[in-house]
Design a protein around this ligand. Structure first.
Ligand code: FMN
Length: 211
């Protein structure tokens, strides 16, 4: 009986250690900020695509994508996209086959949110389940001020700037993308363990185009 208790205790410790390791932040490579194609060419090619190959994005490409979307581009912590009154209230959640993460722009790392593959919950269209990356733009309303309609307007606008940065990076890099409003916000919010003050604004699928 005592031996069983000891085994149970050791198993619990092992599970706690493994669990803690699994929920460690994932460091991203430093973003490459000096490349890319000329802006006017990129604008010529910016478009929505709804067919994706299953090929995963390399870590470097993901780091560049997130930095382009809403990375830190100045020493004072300001970002690649503007935000109303510099609220910086939009968080980018990254949903992949390996799990869901919140992008920490200041630390250039991914904070684990869920271990499961939640891609199918990120939208109503079938490609979301197999495309390698779905970004989910989540507004933290505690960082916003004004009445509800102002909050809605500004969080929507702030998300739009980020989504366009992602579109432009994708056009530069030959990636496929589409921004999406058709999301079951309640189900996805639950799966991403969002608080009542966090609201999903839009989602955006990113991957390589289907050949
Ligand atoms: C706010 C917003 C919501 C959108 N929601 C969806 C969506 O749920 N599903 C989808 O396939 N495309 C969605 N789109 C993409 C538009 O359909 C697309 O941008 C439009 O047809 C123009 O095509 P283009 O981006 O290739 O110029 C959305 C775009 C915006 C700006």
């Amino acid at each position: 009986m005592r031996r069983q208790g000891l085994l149970w205790f050791l198993a619990a410790i092992l599970a706690a250690v493994v669990g803690a390791q699994e929920s460690k932040p994932v460091s991203l490579p430093a973003p490459q900020t000096d490349g890319g194609r000329p802006l006017m060419q990129v604008l010529k090619e910016r478009k929505s695509t709804r067919e994706f190959s299953g090929e995963k994005l390399p870590a470097q490409v993901l780091a560049n994508l997130l930095w382009a979307g809403f990375g830190v581009n100045r020493l004072d912590g300001r970002r690649t996209a503007p935000s109303a009154m510099n609220w910086q209230e939009i968080a980018i959640y990254v949903v992949t086959a390996e799990g869901a993460y919140a992008y920490d722009a200041a630390k250039n790392q991914l904070e684990p949110v869920a271990k499961e593959d939640l891609r199918s919950l990120t939208g109503a269209q079938s490609f979301v389940a197999t495309a390698p990356v779905n970004l989910v733009y989540v507004a933290d309303l505690t960082k916003a001020s004004g009445d509800a309609s102002e909050k809605e307007l500004f969080t929507g606008a702030d998300t739009g700037f980020i989504a366009q940065n992602v579109y432009l990076y994708c056009a530069s890099e030959g990636l496929a993308t589409v921004v999406r409003a058709s999301v079951d916000r309640e189900a996805l919010g639950k799966a991403l363990k969002l608080k009542a003050t966090q609201k999903i604004v839009l989602a955006q699928t990113v991957g390589y185009p289907k050949k």
